[in-house]
Design a protein around this ligand. Sequence first.
Ligand code: SF4
Length: 487
Amino acid sequence: MGFGILKFFNDKPEEACGVFGIYAPSEDVAKITYYGLYGLQHRGQESAGIAVSDGSSILVIKDLGLVSQVFDENKLASLSGKIAIGHTRYSTTGSTEWKNSQPIYKTYESRAIAIAHNGNLVNAKELYQRLKKGGKNNLSSTSDSEVIAEMIVSSNASSIEEAIKEVMLKIKGAYSLVILTEDKLIGVRDPYGIRPLSIGKLGSNYVLSSETAGLDIVGALFVREVEPGEIVVIDKEGLHSHTGLLLAKKSLCVFEFIYFARPDSYLYGQNLYHVRKTMGMKLAEEGPVDGDLVIPVPDSGNSAAIGFAERSGIPFGEGLIKNRYIGRTFIQPSQTIRQLGIRLKLNPLRDAIAGKRLVVVDDSIVRGNTSKKIVEILKEAGAKEVHMRISSPPIKCPCFYGIDTPSNQELIASTKSVEEIKEFLGLDSLVYLSLKGVVEATGCSYEDFCCACFDGRYPIEIPKDLKISKDMLEEEDEKVFEREGHL
Ligand code: SF4
């Protein structure tokens, strides 16, 4: 199955995963998880899976594809139980293969768990080597999530809670986890709180979700976020909170506010539509321009464009129509189709834009290729001027915490100035929102966030030799294979 088209038409950082969990003995937990995952589909479109426990054993169904492609009525009916977890995946460590899809099921002696992970470990390679050296040759995938699962399941600690605490001392990086045992649902967040994880209540039952939108979609009411470093255990006695590790430094990914999370989700108590609209307003103040029409790059620029138009007084309208399904085909495009490029995804609304001075609002520029094509099609469609306004600062550094960004060399802003990017894209003007403007729009403080892809200040130390590669552990396996004289 090929996934090329998903990337071919996208120049956005890719979210790593969505996780969901429910403890509800009297409900159809698999179906609720299915709908929860539907609400988190934007966080990962490569694979989907659900694990269910009926109180004595765990069953997992997972596959490559979207939630709606992986599950049907029959599969969901076969997943009967009292507790469930689910996962939508976009890979950061581990390639797009069935073996790397989640939840991951692991059993060792009397312990059995299923685990779903959002984030990325920065010391996965080291841990993987250590497990392999220790004789753990039963690692079947090349994902850092299996490394976590293996460490938990094989721990000598007397309880699952103690095993998780022990593992939290060893793993470094970003992790929001949902873990299923035969009789418990567990949520875990790294001590920096880089990836989000929320707790909700559905009647008297508990739900965990990467985003509050995943709670809304199943009718659960938001209770609170899982705190950085916290372990929440949900069992027949209710919810118990444990300190896994003390808070290191609050470092929620600021990109969740800019782009990743759904606009109808809440983080740090703030609604993301409102935050993004405020970013657009601040952008209008920082980058004023004479224009006739403000248009968003749909859908990523929608909320900020509304704010820009409101603050600038320039009318808001649609100028690009998005084919919402293009990123969801698994058919590789032929060369002829490839040449159509961005048009397959975004088609200009000629009558609306011809002869106009356009202000195009988007949330970010990664490599710049897609933005360049957008400018080309707008000019071809008769736009008189094209001014671009970006509701975040230039992305200069890669992410090591679970977001798939390209390496430094491919990030356009790491090698070009704003003026050079403007020239490269063929724009009449280009303004990015300042980091100060972004942070003010969130209603929080700079200290609450990881902003490393903008300012290079990584909250968790990055090992010197760590490079951006999804196939890092596969490469490690090949090296061992070579060392052992197989090649
Ligand atoms: S480096 Fe950027 S994308 Fe990664 S966690 Fe930090 S802010 Fe988010």
